[in-house]
Design a protein around this ligand. Structure first.
Ligand code: UDP
Ligand code: MG
Length: 327
C-alpha cells in the first residue's frame, strides 16, 4: 500500500516538474520601452507559471545604449531578482547582442528572444510555449501579414528567394528574431562560431524540429527603428553570403555567357565590315556595349569582394563583443 503511494507520488513529480524559460532581449536605446516590456512580460510570466508550471527569467542585453537603458535595467534587476542584465562595452549590433545573450544567459530549458520595442508581441509568447511543450525544439512567430512599404516587401522577397535557391536548409519566410529554442538548439547554435552572424539563419540551420505560430506584428511601442537602408542592406548581404555561394556561381555563368555573346558579336562585326560597303562605325552601339560590359564587371567584382571581405573578417576571428558589466 505504502509502496503504491510512493509510485504515484513519483509519477506526479515528473509530470509537473518545473521547467525554466529565459527571455533574451537585445536593447539599443530602448529607455521608453523597457518598463512597458517588463510589465507586459510579468503578466505573461504569471500565466506561464500557472498554466505550465514554468519558471522564467528575463535577460536584457544592453548593446551600447547611450540613453537611460542600462539604468532602467539595473533598476528592474534590483526590484526583481528574476531580471538580469548584461552591458556590452559598445554597440556591437543586434546579431552579436543576441550571441552575447545566448552565451551568458542562465541555463534554462527554453530560451525566447524578443525585441525590446514590443514589436515581438508578448501576447504571442503563450502560444510559442505551448508548441514547445508539444515537443518542438524551435518555435517561431511568423508574420501573417506585412504592413511594410511595397519596395521593402519586394526586396525581402528577392532576398528569401536568393537564400532559398542557394542553400540546402529551408528557411521560413517573414520571421524575425522572435522564437523559442530549447537548450539543445542553443548548444548547437553556440557551436557555430563564425564572425558574420545571421542569427535566425543559424538557428534554422541546426535543423531541429520546428513549428510556427502566426501573428500580426504591431508597430514599435516608442522610439525609432535602429535599422536604416544601409544597415539593412549589409544585414541582407551578411545573410546571403553566409548561407549561399550562388551569387559567385551566377557570376561565373554570366561571365561565360557574356564572353560567348561578345565573341559571336565580334565575328558578326568582322563579317559585316568585310562583306558590306556601308560599315559605318556605330558609336552609340559600341558605347552601350562597352558600358554594359563595364558595369557588369564592376558588379561581379563587387560580389566577389563581398565574400572576400567576410572571409578576412572570419580569419581575424576577433571576439564578437566585450562585456562591460553583468547583473
Ligand atoms: N538592437 C540592438 N542593437 C542594434 C540594433 C538594434 O540591440 O545595433 C535591438 C533594438 O533595441 C531592438 C531590436 O534590436 O530591441 C530590433 O531593433 P529595431 O526595432 O530597431 O529593428 P526593426 O524592428 O526596425 O527591424
Ligand atoms: Mg523594431
Amino acid at each position: 500500500m505504502e509502496k503504491d503511494n510512493i509510485d504515484i507520488l513519483e509519477v506526479k513529480s515528473t509530470e509537473s516538474k518545473e521547467k525554466s524559460l529565459c527571455f533574451i532581449s537585445p536593447c539599443l536605446n530602448e529607455e521608453e520601452n523597457l518598463e512597458v516590456l517588463y510589465n507586459r512580460l510579468t503578466s505573461v510570466r504569471n500565466d506561464l507559471h500557472k498554466e505550465h508550471n514554468l519558471e522564467s527569467r528575463i535577460f536584457f542585453i544592453d548593446d551600447g545604449s547611450t540613453d537611460q537603458t542600462w539604468d532602467i535595467i539595473q533598476k528592474l534587476a534590483k526590484k526583481d531578482p528574476t531580471v538580469q542584465g548584461l552591458k556590452l562595452s559598445r554597440n556591437f549590433g543586434k546579431e552579436n547582442a543576441l550571441l552575447a545573450g545566448y552565451e551568458n544567459a542562465p541555463e534554462s530549458d527554453f530560451y525566447l528572444t524578443l525585441d525590446a520595442d514590443l514589436q515581438d508581441d508578448p501576447s504571442v509568447v503563450g502560444k510559442l510555449v505551448s508548441k514547445a511543450f508539444e515537443g518542438y525544439q524551435i518555435v517561431y512567430a511568423q508574420r501573417a501579414s506585412r504592413l511594410d512599404a511595397a519596395w521593402y516587401i519586394f526586396c525581402t522577397q528577392i532576398f528569401y528567394k536568393i537564400i532559398q535557391m542557394g542553400s540546402k536548409v529551408k528557411f521560413p519566410e517573414n520571421v524575425s528574431d522572435f522564437y523559442l529554442i530549447t537548450e539543445k538548439v542553443r548548444k548547437a547554435f553556440l557551436q557555430m562560431q563564425e564572425s558574420v552572424r545571421y542569427t535566425r539563419g543559424l538557428v534554422f540551420y541546426t535543423g531541429f524540429s520546428r513549428a510556427g505560430v502566426q501573428y500580426n506584428r504591431p508597430d514599435r511601442n516608442a522610439g525609432t527603428s535602429k535599422f536604416n537602408f544601409v544597415k539593412l542592406t549589409i544585414f541582407m548581404l551578411d545573410a546571403v553570403t553566409s548561407f549561399t555561394s550562388l551569387p559567385v556561381h551566377l557570376i561565373s555563368i554570366a561571365g561565360l555567357l557574356l564572353s560567348i555573346f561578345s565573341f559571336i558579336l565580334g565575328v558578326f562585326y568582322v563579317l559585316f565590315s568585310l562583306f558590306t560597303k556601308n560599315a559605318i562605325p556605330g558609336w552609340a552601339s559600341m558605347m552601350s556595349v562597352s558600358l554594359f560590359l563595364g558595369s557588369v564587371q564592376i558588379l561581379m567584382v563587387g560580389v566577389l569582394a563581398e565574400y572576400i571581405s567576410r572571409m578576412s573578417q572570419e580569419l581575424k576571428s576577433r571576439p564578437k563583443y566585450f562585456v562591460d558589466e553583468k547583473l
